[in-house]
Every structure is written in structure tokens, then in C-alpha cells.
Write a protein that binds this ligand. Structure first.
Ligand code: PMV
Length: 313
């Protein structure tokens, strides 16, 4: 027996994959070709409130979204999976990250929506099941129902019942993620279309699943042994290899902007000067820097606009 409340509310953190999810084995159920591993971004993410209502309405950062917007459609379509809770909903979403800037706002967005639904409907579901449900909205959302380091299992079942995420039992208080927002003149191709195109047309994608598996194991080991150079190197190599598969798609997927490349070169130069600084990039032009607290002042000196996140508080 579940008990419907007047309102459900929840917060979910954004997350950055250190070993990426790129490519699906089932597009409808968002079943990934490989497992992936992320770190959640502390209090950066999405706060969502949901109520059953007479008609659908979706607010983003206080603003009513038109029914023609992608944000409205994705939210309302997802909620159609839950007619037992209500036919229509009012959803109020507050993002502390720029929406659709390649900063995984869909991950925290769908995770917060599912957690808020769980609160509204009184389901009392555990995190594993909530992760599985969030996955249906956006693959990477499976990871955003947890804080800290998170692994999303590819699973093998056709129905997706074993493709959920779990928190990795480890903390790394000194770890920092720095976000560099890069101005984006072109509207990027979304991850759904980007993955489809890469899998369908990129010859380089053939080598991706094996590398992704190996990278994930190396990241797990680096977390266990607190080996930051191994973590940073593996994460950066993984991200740039993913971008190589994108570049080899047709039409080519070029998410990097001139400013992104400039930052990549600066990071390489700083590393050459002995700074332990690495980066990762998702399906957009923004760069996320990875470093330890001990070098934060050097990193800020090189990138004054950096927004620094402490994943472990
Ligand atoms: O969950 P989606 O469909 O937004 O895909 C996320 C894809 C990447 O951000 C590029 C990689 C990842 O694992 O988050």
C-alpha cells in the first residue's frame, strides 16, 4: 500500500563520468554498451518538486516551459510511465547548473524527478530501483541518485533489470572537479543522436567497449589506492578516446570549440611543468578539470574563472 502525498520533493547531484557511457545496446530502455563510473558533484545539481495536477505544467528555474520545448516534452513523456501516480503533474525544477551545457543536467534532472516521485507516491523504493527507473529518463541519471563515486552496471538482461548504479564505498576528500564553461555558438547534437550516429557510422567505435571496460577497472583501482595520477590519466584518456570515436562518425560530431582546445593545450603545458592536472569532457564544449586540493591555488592562477566543486563536502 502506498500513500500519496500532496507534494514530493528531492535533490539529486550532477555527475561527471570518469569512465564514460557512450553507446547503447538498447535505445528504448537506455541500456548501455558498457558500464561507466562517475563522481557526483556535491550540492551542484537539481532540486525538484512535484504535485498531481489537473493539467501538466513544467517550470524550470521559476519559468514556465512551453509545451513545445524539449525540456517540457522529455519531462511530461517520462511522467506518462507513471499513470498509477497521476494523469497530470506540476513539476518545478531548480537547476544549479546550466541546462544542456554538457554539464549533465539531464542526469541530475531525471534523478531528482524520480526521487521526488518516490516521495510523492510514498513508494519507499530503495536506491537501486530508483536508479533503474531514472535510467529510463536519461542513462547517466542512473548514477545521479547517489553522491560520491558511482558505478553504473551495463548488465546483461534484455529487460534492463540488472542495469542500475551503485555507490562505490570510498571517499576522496582532497579530490576537486573544476568546471570551465566554454561559450557554445552551435547548438550541440544531443547525446541520444550523438551515440546513435557514432555506433552506426564510426569505425573507431569498434575499439571503444574494450577500452571502456579496461579504463573502468583502472579508475576503480586508482580510487582504491588513492593513485591520483592514474585516476587523472585514465579519465582524460577515456574522454579524449570517446571524442575520437565521435570525430570518426559521419557526419562528424565535433563538440569541442576553439576555446576547449585552447584549454586542453594549456592543461598539457601545465602538466609538462609538473602540475598534476587532468581533464575530462562530455558531449559538449565545456571542460572539467581534475586535481587535488594541494594544487588548487596553482590551478586557480592558470584558470581564474574556474568553478571548483568538492565532491566529498
Ligand atoms: O545520459 P545521457 O544520454 O545524457 O548521456 C551521457 C553521455 C556522456 O555525458 C557523454 C557520458 C557520461 O557517461 O555521462
Amino acid at each position: 500500500e502506498t500513500q500519496l502525498s500532496e507534494k514530493g520533493s528531492a535533490f539529486a547531484p550532477a555527475n561527471i563520468a570518469l569512465s564514460k557511457y557512450w553507446g547503447k545496446r538498447n535505445a528504448e530502455l537506455n541500456l548501455p554498451a558498457t558500464s561507466s563510473l562517475s563522481v557526483s558533484l556535491g550540492d551542484l545539481g537539481t532540486k525538484t518538486e512535484i504535485r498531481v495536477a489537473a493539467e501538466d505544467s513544467v517550470f524550470l528555474n521559476g519559468e514556465a516551459m512551453g509545451s513545445e520545448t524539449l525540456f517540457y516534452k522529455r519531462t511530461v513523456d517520462f511522467l506518462k510511465l507513471f499513470p498509477m501516480v497521476g494523469a497530470h503533474f506540476e513539476v518545478r525544477t531548480q537547476n544549479s547548473i546550466p541546462t544542456a551545457a554538457g554539464l549533465a543536467s539531464s542526469a541530475s534532472g531525471f534523478a531528482a524527478l524520480v526521487l521526488a516521485l518516490n516521495d510523492l507516491a510514498g513508494w519507499g523504493l530503495g536506491r537501486r530501483m530508483l536508479s533503474l527507473i531514472a535510467r529510463l529518463g536519461s542513462g547517466s541519471a542512473a548514477r545521479s541518485v547517489y553522491s560520491g563515486f558511482v558505478q553504473w552496471y551495463a548488465g546483461t538482461d534484455d529487460d534492463g533489470s540488472d542495469s542500475y548504479a551503485e555507490r562505490i564505498d570510498a571517499e576522496w576528500p582532497e579530490l576537486r572537479v573544476g568546471i570551465l564553461e566554454v561559450s557554445n555558438v552551435h547548438k550541440p547534437v544531443g547525446s541520444r543522436e550523438g551515440m546513435n550516429r557514432t555506433v552506426a557510422t564510426s569505425e573507431l567505435y569498434n575499439s571503444w567497449p574494450a577500452q571502456a571496460d579496461a579504463d573502468l577497472e583502472a579508475i576503480r583501482l586508482s580510487i582504491r589506492e588513492k593513485d591520483f595520477p592514474m585516476l587523472g590519466k585514465t579519465a582524460e584518456h577515456n574522454a579524449l578516446s570517446m571524442h575520437a570515436t565521435m570525430l570518426a562518425a559521419w557526419p562528424p560530431l565535433i563538440y569541442l570549440q576553439p576555446e576547449s582546445l585552447e584549454i586542453i593545450h594549456t592543461v598539457q603545458r601545465l602538466r609538462g611543468e609538473g602540475l598534476e592536472l587532468f581533464l575530462t569532457i562530455d558531449a559538449g564544449p565545456n571542460i572539467k578539470l581534475l586535481f587535488l586540493e594541494s594544487v588548487a591555488s596553482d590551478v586557480i592562477a592558470a584558470f581564474p574563472d574556474l568553478r571548483i566543486i568538492q565532491p566529498f563536502g
